[in-house]
Design a protein around this ligand. Structure first.
Ligand code: SAM
Length: 290
């Protein structure tokens, strides 16, 4: 049997089931075996590893994951794809397809039930682009036993997530993601490997999840609050942004003192602060009764 992701087999499958793409679900299926092999390689899988896939589509990537890993669980939102997946993934008994929304399923429970005996899990996916950031934040914030996350996304988002402080691409998403994981762009992907072709450039981002965050933080919620506030208005200074979102005018002096104590000039912009500085600042703010 030919691979699902060959253009001919994909077309055959789509035709057989009369499947029509839903743009609103970010449906752009992969039809290039080379790209699939490179994604699987980036995930560093072997038969002792377990994989959670988001949005299997008709199973193009799932099939390649199944060949490389010990167990694959794929969560698909579009009910119309379930009978198709039952058919295309029939040769792979260690693949489980679950109907659900990845933003809503109980991931802790899913992992406990599906991945018993596996220590660490990889997430591998060609993501629905309309929900890339919420999916990533959910995966990272839930403290799941993840080893790495290898995901196709809009190139622009991959660039933002992996950006270093100082540039215009660096923002709240970069700092928050980098608190949990080390990002690296594994490859840039041309439009031609998808059906239908997306209007944006794509990239595969690899996130190696830290065992322990790279900075010491007293209150992680405060860290994220400070990060978000610092980028609320990009052209404003750190002082102005923090005063607007967290402190209020009457606490102007307190804020100035905190910035001085933490060695952060009030006139700096959020985009110049690294994770280390955000941690120092938020740890000091946590001590204050606001
Ligand atoms: N993995 C397939 C491939 O590479 O050919 C399909 C990738 S396609 C970019 C995204 C898939 O995610 C679609 O199958 C879509 O139906 C599914 N999807 C969209 N939103 C979802 C959600 N919230 N939860 C789970 N799956 C979702």
């Amino acid at each position: 049997m030919k691979d699902i992701a060959t253009p001919t087999r994909t077309k055959e499958i789509l035709q057989k089931y009369g499947f029509s793409f839903k743009k609103s679900l970010g449906q752009n299926f992969l039809i290039d075996i080379n790209i699939l092999q490179n994604i699987v390689k980036a995930a560093e899988l072997d038969s002792t590893k377990a994989v959670l896939e988001i949005g299997p589509g008709i199973g193009a990537l799932t099939e390649h994951l199944a060949r490389a890993a010990g167990k694959v669980v794929a969560v698909e939102l579009d009910q119309r794809l379930l009978p198709i997946l039952k058919d295309t993934l029939e040769p792979y008994p260690h693949v489980e397809v679950i109907h659900g929304d990845i933003l809503k399923v109980n991931l802790q429970k899913l992992i406990k039930e599906q991945f018993a005996g596996y220590e660490k899990i990889s997430v591998v996916a060609n993501l629905p682009y309309y929900v890339t950031s919420p999916i990533l934040m959910r995966l990272l914030e839930e403290h799941l036993p993840l080893e790495n996350i290898v995901v196709m996304m809009q190139k622009e988002v991959a660039d933002r997530i992996s950006a270093a402080p100082g540039g215009k691409e660096y923002g709240a998403l970069s700092a928050m993601t980098q608190f949990y994981a080390k990002p690296e762009i594994a490859m840039i992907v041309p439009h031609s490997v998808f059906i239908p072709q997306p209007n944006v450039d794509s990239a595969v981002l690899k996130l190696r999840v830290w065992d322990k965050p790279p900075v010491e933080v007293v209150d992680q919620k405060m860290l994220f609050k400070v990060i978000k506030a610092s980028f609320a208005q990009r052209r404003k200074t750190i002082f102005n942004n923090l005063q607007t979102s967290i402190f209020g005018r009457e606490q102007r002096e307190t804020l100035l003192q905190i910035l001085e104590e933490t060695g952060i000039a009030p006139a700096r912009r959020g985009e110049t602060l690294g994770l280390e500085e955000f941690a120092r600042l938020s740890n000091r703010i946590s001590k204050e009764q606001l």
